[in-house]
Design a protein around this ligand. Structure first.
Ligand SMILES: [Zn+2]
Length: 95
């Protein structure tokens, strides 16, 4: 991260933005703080880039997590059965 405190963009520093970004994107920050970050990011390209990267990471993580959760138990059971039958073919009665 490059420093971008080139003359009071706002009361908040880039370092603080980075720390608060999680809450900022989650929407759990106090309104004033949220606006402060909005204002800072508005005039600070490095923070915009950081924000976009951060957001992309969260989306990817969410997509990944959601994907895992969305595996139906039935499918999971079948997958496990396949894995088991491949591991222990002797368990499968093969006529
Ligand atoms: Zn900044």
């Amino acid at each position: 991260m490059s420093e971008c405190g080139s003359g009071g963009v706002s009361d908040i520093e880039c370092r603080q933005i980075a720390e608060l970004l999680g809450d900022y994107l989650a929407g759990t920050l106090p309104r004033r703080l949220h606006d402060l970050i909005d204002f800072h990011v508005d005039g600070c390209p490095p923070c915009v880039a950081f924000l976009n990267t951060y957001r992309g990471t969260i989306d990817a993580a969410r997509a990944l997590r959601g994907h895992q959760v969305q595996i139906p138990p039935e499918l999971k059971k079948r997958l496990l059965a396949v894995v088991r039958s491949e591991r222990a073919p002797s368990d499968q009665p093969r006529a």
